[in-house]
Ligand binder design. Structure first.
Ligand SMILES: Cc1ncc(COP(=O)(O)O)c(C=O)c1O
Length: 389
């Protein structure tokens, strides 16, 4: 009855679909410490709701007409990128999207044909594989290095074939928190340039950067876009504002992108054919105000430092993330699903690593409150002791 494609996508999400009932069962309990997803656990940042409210008042008869990428939104993003990253973008090379999700779907729609290969790194954000399958392309996964979670460029070079059309890199990386350094990005550009020359066609890079503002004070973010001209960047406001239920983001490329007029019109058509993948009128009118807001990054870093220190002392293996709001932890029980269920029974929700194709790990979202962390720490401590014994 349903397509083979959606059956393959469903199979690819088996681990996540198995975890959702556990999350549902526990997350409404009064004393649960919920670190499972990047969802808000407290009220939205001040200024968010008022920005949206003031944008609901119609200023013209076109206020609620069909929206493309509004010129004002594109300009807001271009100005912000210049100020933030020192990089010049032509506003017309910024497509406004329903979050990074929408931006990824559009990039796939514009650049990838059925049967093309799309490469991404493991552990991945859990929906890359599904979205690649949905585009009709073939997903090819390459593991990151196990010691420092940096990109394994030798393995990447071996995974690229004449069918490779697109590579997805996510920095800062969900779930490891790694930010790839300039030396890696130079090497990455070399691999892609060599392979593009070898196969006589450009391999595009989609740099998925929804966490690029969530960078801790001891780290620095660099975008691959400065290293490889055929790069598109996907971004979402849902992370820095912690409002993933209000969809707004963008897909952009620098003036170095070859043949960018063709790309512009292809992206525009992919937005329409993909199901009108533009943000709503209200989100676009609110953008200039939303652009000034952020969750409390000082508090986020405090949570990171406390959890990393306490978990390491308790015997957990984890590296301190450079960005994102996640901690990536080795599960003391190789059966991460079983360990996560034991934590859930004791009032703590985390995401099993199997959902990110990495059994034997789990992910903690730092969007949980400080109270949740204080409540959760003794649970983490007793869970590792009882697993070891
Ligand atoms: C790496 C990565 N890319 C894309 C997305 C999608 O972001 P959004 O839902 O804000 O569009 C997420 C969300 O978790 C993510 O972690």
């Amino acid at each position: 009855m349903v397509t083979e494609r959606i059956q393959r996508i469903t199979a690819a999400n088996h681990a996540l679909l198995s975890f959702l009932p556990i999350w549902e069962e526990h997350r409404h309990k009064p004393y649960i410490a919920d670190f499972a997803f990047g969802n808000p656990q407290e009220m939205v940042v001040e200024g968010f709701a008022s920005a949206l409210t003031s944008s609901t008042t119609p200023r013209s008869k076109n206020h609620y007409a069909y929206k493309f990428s509004e010129v004002e939104s594109q300009r807001t993003v271009a100005n912000h990128l210049l100020e933030w990253r020192g990089q010049t973008f032509d506003p017309e090379d910024i497509a406004m999207t329903p979050g990074a999700f929408g931006a990824i779907a559009i990039a796939l729609g514009a650049l990838v044909d059925g049967g093309d290969e799309v490469v991404y790194f493991d552990p991945p954000w859990f929906f890359y594989r599904s979205m690649i399958l949905a585009s009709g392309a073939i997903p090819v996964n390459v593991p990151v290095r196990s010691d420092d979670y940096d990109l394994d460029l030798e393995r990447l070079a071996r995974a690229i074939t004449e069918k490779t059309r697109l590579l997805i890199v996510n920095t800062p990386h969900n779930p490891t928190g790694r930010i790839y350094p300039p030396s890696t990005l130079e090497g990455l550009a070399d691999v892609l340039t060599d392979a593009s020359e070898k196969f006589g066609k450009p391999i595009y890079l989609l740099s998925d950067e929804p966490y690029s503002k969530l960078v801790f004070s001891d780290a620095k973010f660099t975008s691959p876009a400065g290293y490889y001209p055929h790069t598109l960047i996907s971004y979402s406001y849902g992370k820095i504002l912690l409002t993933p239920g209000q969809r707004v983001g963008w897909l952009a490329w620098t003036p170095n992108m070859p043949d960018r007029e063709t790309l512009r019109s292809a992206i525009f058509m992919a937005q329409i054919a993909g199901g009108w993948l533009f943000p709503s009128a209200v989100m676009q009118y609110s953008l200039a105000e939303l652009d000034k807001l952020s969750i409390d990054l000082v508090e986020l870093e405090r949570k990171r430092d406390l959890l990393v220190t306490e978990l390491q002392q308790a015997g957990y293996e984890l590296q301190s993330p450079e960005g994102t709001f996640y901690l990536w932890v080795r599960s003391p029980d190789p059966d991460d699903g079983a360990f996560v269920e034991r934590l859930a029974e004791r009032g703590v929700l985390v995401l099993p690593g199997s959902t990110c194709a990495s059994p034997g790990h789990f992910r903690i979202s730092l969007t949980g409150t400080m109270e949740m962390i204080e409540q959760g720490l003794p649970v983490f401590q007793s869970a590792i002791s009882s697993t070891a014994s």
